[in-house]
Design a protein. Structure first.
Ligand SMILES: Nc1nc2c(c(=O)[nH]1)N[C@H]1C(S)=C(S)[C@@H](COP(=O)(O)OP(=O)(O)OC[C@H]3O[C@@H](n4cnc5c(=O)[nH]c(N)nc54)[C@H](O)[C@@H]3O)O[C@H]1N2
Ligand SMILES: Nc1nc2c(c(=O)[nH]1)N[C@H]1C(S)=C(S)[C@@H](COP(=O)(O)OP(=O)(O)OC[C@H]3O[C@@H](n4cnc5c(=O)[nH]c(N)nc54)[C@H](O)[C@@H]3O)O[C@H]1N2
Ligand SMILES: [Mo]
Length: 764
């Protein structure tokens, strides 16, 4: 038997020349429309591009795999954006990763290629296996693959030695079956991408308003006086949100953008559909940009709350009758000094007062946020501060008002609703057990960070991933790799090649699956699946493209086949996969709010799941009140000569999938190994754009190093720097996580920047 040589876990650089141009001030509009068309055309051909793009988010079409932002009525022609077009084109790529491809290229060679290169190789066409000690994947039959996985499960004496990860594109049906399988087996080990994403929002809001989801509908944007967009880059990551912001703005709403970077879409915006109608004007969206320092949001919220209290812009009736804890928040806010607020935020009291007055005047405000708040040590606390600010003015359960965590993956919220959670509630388990005649384990399972620790201790026989790219999405790339290599069997259910296929357990299997856009035909005919968007609307998604290979299986079929061969008796798993109505029938019984699922989900725009704060201004907390939660300000001081780094997304990427090398709105092209840095900070050190540095991150006495990063002078607060995810994940310490949600602090990493090859002591 050959001995496997090690593979590379971190992303190698693309050796293209770095081009820097002026950041764009206008998002969407002509360049976006052209760029998305070009992207589609080059990857999948003219007819397919047009056929595909015109059916995205139609009531008869498939749900856009781009993001979780809802569609107006879920039926508008052309309600797709550059982001969605790229996601669709990428899935429909003509190139294929075949067994011949794997026999030509060993995993060491593949691991030395960049993420951009890996993704370009196309769709995985057959099930393949990397046998113990071997350096090449080889084809195998579906039967053999399922047999190897179920043997591993049956040989294990402990269900908790299996870990089942989920990424957020998985449909409700597949996710429901997957969690039912895991719980029937006897484990809650169901980490998911949410653990790294909006976990802090779910945790924070669960405590304050009794539901871990947002409380606004898309229509609320049409009735709002003020929209806060905090720690979010919608121009790149949720482009369709810009349409909602534009419409709100036209109806008189103010928009305040809170971000260390002046993100493009919020400055000026041109709608691609207006381009089609030949209207060439651009509109300014944000009325105010509060260029807060990284981590300064909690202090900003205290400042804004001070103003509300001072101006008595408070909803006294609501506070008195429907909430608890207001006084403790007033006390905490009063204790905070303006000078601390100014130094933590980097803003002036004057700026904050101005924003505070806009908020005080508003009769209906919406607060939106994303990763700029959740991926911090105080992620849960800062979201509760936002909630405090909104509750104070009664901005909840009122038309045009509410809390709006903007989700990432298109079905990440649905996956959680149907049971992908390592810490399910007793209420959820009880209902599941009664409906499905099982006894679910009550012991909590592992989340992402805990799963990595379990693997590093050699405590996992099976690590199965329903989509995603675990090695590149998780923090501390080398530590995660060490864990993955100790697992007996790793299984990836995937569409495209990624690094998680190259950093594996002793044996590794890739199960290639159908994508969202493709026809799914089972024994009873054509199937559709269902998904839930960021605003709690559940609707259908039906692919219409011919799958790229006849060997692909659907995710529900894959779960059914593995469950069928790993568990004895009890349930006819294959029957569930023959017709997804059978799965939905079971979901109707097992899930609160899913009654008559098959019937209700077939209505043209789907249906809304119950949301007590939105529907009736009521709160499902132990005392049926909304809760103000007081927090002291976090320590956001940065040690001398160090920087705080945030890891962010570029324009041409979808998480770990790199479509291309252009961060168009920020004017950075050809190279992703860059550091955005304040020009004065650079001048002080005698550095210029393109200067190369090594980055060292520091956490609790540990150091992590990554070499060869190019500086780019950028409009970012002093002491702050930004790098791209996933290249910089090697620097994110595994143990640096948010209190309560355990989300890695991908937006708060303390770093030193050094001349190449030097060590800290040499510099000091
Ligand atoms: N094209 C594209 N679309 C996507 C994705 C993608 O990768 N590509 N990913 C999807 C997923 S899974 C998700 S979760 C979302 C992510 O959507 P975003 O949350 O918009 O994504 P990030 O790039 O992580 O950007 C976070 C923003 O927060 C800001 N920020 C960082 N730290 C702070 C802070 O301390 N305070 C404040 N106020 N702001 C801060 C950054 O400057 C940046 O603008 O997008 C989804 N949509
Ligand atoms: N440093 C840093 N790290 C981060 C973040 C950050 O901001 N900074 N963001 C975090 C966030 S918000 C998230 S959500 C995670 C994302 O973590 P993941 O969800 O694990 O990663 P993705 O890159 O979205 O996964 C891409 C892979 O999914 C597979 N795929 C695509 N479509 C399908 C499908 O329909 N079915 C199946 N089975 N597979 C499919 C393809 O093989 C593709 O290579 O990363 C997190 N990591
Ligand atoms: Mo995410």
């Amino acid at each position: 038997m050959s001995v496997r040589k090690s593979t590379r876990a971190t992303t190698p650089p693309d050796n293209n020349k770095l081009k820097i141009s002026k950041p764009k001030s206008i998002a969407a509009g002509i360049p976006a429309a052209t760029s998305s068309m070009l992207h589609g055309l080059t990857r999948m051909g003219v007819t397919k591009t047009i056929k595909t793009l015109t059916t995205v988010n139609q009531s008869e079409g498939f749900d856009c795999p781009g993001c979780a932002w809802p569609d107006p009525e879920h039926s508008t022609m052309f309600e797709f954006c550059e982001n969605g077009a790229k996601a669709v084109a990428d899935e429909s790529m003509k190139a294929k990763v075949t067994p011949e491809f794997f026999s030509k290229n060993d995993i060491q060679f593949l691991s030395e290629q960049s993420d951009f290169w890996l993704n370009k190789q196309g769709r995985i066409s057959h099930p393949v296996i990397l046998r113990e000690g071997m350096n090449h994947y080889e084809p195998l039959s579906w039967d053999e693959a399922i047999g190897i996985i179920s043997d591993n499960i049956r040989d294990s004496n402990d269900a908790n030695k299996s870990i089942f990860y989920t990424s957020g594109r998985t449909s409700n049906e597949a996710a429901f079956m997957y969690q039912l399988f895991a719980r029937t087996l006897g484990t809650n080990n169901m980490p998911d991408c949410s653990n790294m994403c909006h976990e802090s929002s779910g945790q924070g809001l669960g405590e304050t308003i009794g539901i871990g989801k947002g409380t606004v509908s898309l229509d609320d944007f049409n009735h709002s006086d003020l929209i806060l967009v905090i720690g979010q880059n919608p121009g790149t990551n949720h482009p369709r949100m810009l349409t909602a912001l534009r419409d709100a703005k036209r109806k008189g709403a103010s928009i305040i953008h809170v971000n260390p970077l002046p993100e493009t879409g919020l400055v000026r915006f041109k709608h691609p559909q207006d381009y089609m109608k030949l209207s060439f004007g651009s509109e300014q969206l944000a009325d105010m940009h509060l260029q807060v320092k990284i981590g300064g949001d909690a202090a900003l919220m205290h400042g804004l709350m001070k103003i509300q209290i001072e101006l008595d812009a408070l909803d006294h009736d609501f506070i008195k009758n429907s909430t608890k804890g207001f006084d403790s928040v007033v006390e905490a806010v009063n204790e905070t000094k303006w000078k601390d607020i100014e130094s933590d935020t980097g803003l002036t009291r004057f700026q904050i007062e101005k924003a505070g007055r806009i908020i005080a005047k508003s009769k209906a405000s919406i607060a939106c946020w994303a990763m700029g708040l959740t991926q911090h040590r105080n992620g849960v606390a800062v979201i509760q501060e936002v909630s405090n600010l909104m509750l104070m003015g009664g901005h909840i359960g009122r038309k045009g008002a509410g809390l709006c965590p903007v989700r990432g993956h298109s079905n990440v919220q649905g996956d959680r609703t149907v049971g992908i959670w390592e810490r399910p509630s007793e209420e959820f388990l009880q209902r599941l057990d009664d409906a499905c005649d099982i006894t679910s384990p009550r012991e909590h399972g592992v989340d992402v960070v805990e799963a990595i620790s379990q693997m590093r201790k050699g405590g996992a026989n099976l690590f199965m991933c329903m989509g995603g790219n675990f090695i590149s999405a998780t923090p501390d790339t080398e530590a995660t790799a060490e864990g993955l290599r100790k697992v007996k069997l790793t299984v990836q259910v995937s569409t495209k090649l990624n690094r998680s296929h190259l950093v594996t357990g002793e044996t590794a299997i890739i199960l290639p699956c159908l994508g969202r856009t493709e026809l799914d035909v089972q024994k009873d005919g054509k199937q559709f699946v269902t998904v839930e968007n960021s605003m709690g609307i559940v609707h259908t998604s039906k692919g219409n493209l011919k799958p790229p290979s006849v060997s692909l299986k659907s995710e529900p079929w894959i779960v059914a086949a593995i469950a069928n061969s790993s568990l004895d008796g009890g349930r006819d798993w294959m029957k569930l996969a023959e017709n997804y109505d059978n799965i939905r029938e079971l979901m109707s019984k097992a899930l609160a709010g899913f009654e008559d699922y098959n019937q209700r989900v077939r209505t043209p725009n789907g249906f809304a799941l119950p949301n007590p704060p939105r529907d009736s201004r009521s709160f499902n907390t132990p005392d049926n009140k909304a809760h103000f939660v007081a927090h002291k300000l976090p320590d956001v001081s940065i040690p001398n000569d160090r920087f705080v780094m945030m890891t962010i997304r570029s324009h041409d990427q979808y998480n770990t999938t790199i479509y291309d090398l252009h961060d168009r709105y920020r004017g950075i092209h050809g190279n992703r190994r860059i550091v955005l840095m304040n020009a004065t900070d650079m001048i002080e050190r005698g550095w210029k754009s393109r200067h190369i540095v090594d980055i060292i991150s520091h956490f609790e006495g540990e150091e992590r190093r990554s070499d060869g990063w190019r500086l780019v002078a950028y409009d970012i607060p002093r002491g702050n720097i930004a790098t791209y995810f996933p290249e910089a994940n090697v620097l994110v310490p595994l143990k640096s996580t948010a209190v309560k949600s355990n989300t890695p602090t991908s937006k708060w990493i303390i770093c030193s920047l050094l001349e190449p090859g030097t060590r800290i002591s040499e510099e000091e």
